[in-house]
Design a protein around this ligand. Structure first.
Ligand SMILES: [Mg+2]
Length: 213
């Protein structure tokens, strides 16, 4: 019997990566609390995603490229993330990482887990230091949904055959659109939108396998 799903679109921060990587970057500048507070408000849907992102990236101005590369190498993957991606490959699913985080980190996390495509925000550098800006277009909730739809179209499948996985407010639209929308350690709003709420990524694996009967 064929596997029930053909596509996984997943968030990165606090989903397949254990932390909010923007907070890891703030740590390098000693401004963790300020940045974490904005992240929390954004993830709870209290602060517009774009405004929150712009504010935080501006606070990271001056951070060296080499420090970000070092942070990227040290990102901890969530428990079960590797097993989940292995299971997707075994089920013949295409895997796409969509992140409101940053390309330097998402590219490494994506490669470590074997994602076939990575979509993330692109940081702007001058003299190997962050300018405090990102390159347009910014990855938003709408981008995540658009990537899901675009991937379904190119696979010739219905959104019902897609799995969307995330924890935050900007994952809600893709979670609603997917046949299996999954909240992993999700914020309340995200859990409300999901078909399935999990605290362990391993618990998603049985849903990807063909029914045994
Ligand atoms: Mg997240």
């Amino acid at each position: 019997m064929a596997a029930p799903y053909r596509l996984l679109v997943s968030d990165m921060d606090s989903t397949v990566a254990e932390t909010e990587t923007i907070v890891d970057m703030a740590e390098a500048l000693g401004i963790t609390d300020t940045v974490a507070a904005i992240t929390e408000r954004s993830m709870r849907g209290e602060l517009d995603f774009r405004t929150a992102l712009d504010q935080r990236v501006m606070m990271l101005q001056g951070l060296e490229l080499s420090r970000i590369e070092a942070i990227a190498r040290e990102v901890r993957l969530s428990v079960g993330a590797e097993a989940l991606l292995d299971a997707c490959r075994a089920a013949g699913m295409r895997t796409v990482l969509v992140s409101g985080g940053f390309d330097l980190i998402a590219d490494l996390v994506g490669a470590a887990l074997g994602f076939e495509r990575v979509v993330a925000n692109r940081l702007d550098f001058e003299n190997a230091r962050l300018t405090g800006r990102m390159l347009e277009p910014i990855v938003t909730a709408e981008t995540k949904l658009a990537v899901l739809r675009e991937e379904c179209a190119s696979l010739g499948i219905d959104a019902g055959q897609a799995v969307a996985l995330g924890d935050g407010a900007n994952d809600i639209e893709m979670i609603r659109a997917a046949g299996l929308g999954v909240a992993y350690q999700g914020k309340p709003m995200t859990r409300d939108a999901a078909d399935l709420c999990l605290d362990d990524l391993n618990d998603l694996i049985p849903h990807l396998q063909p029914a045994s009967h």
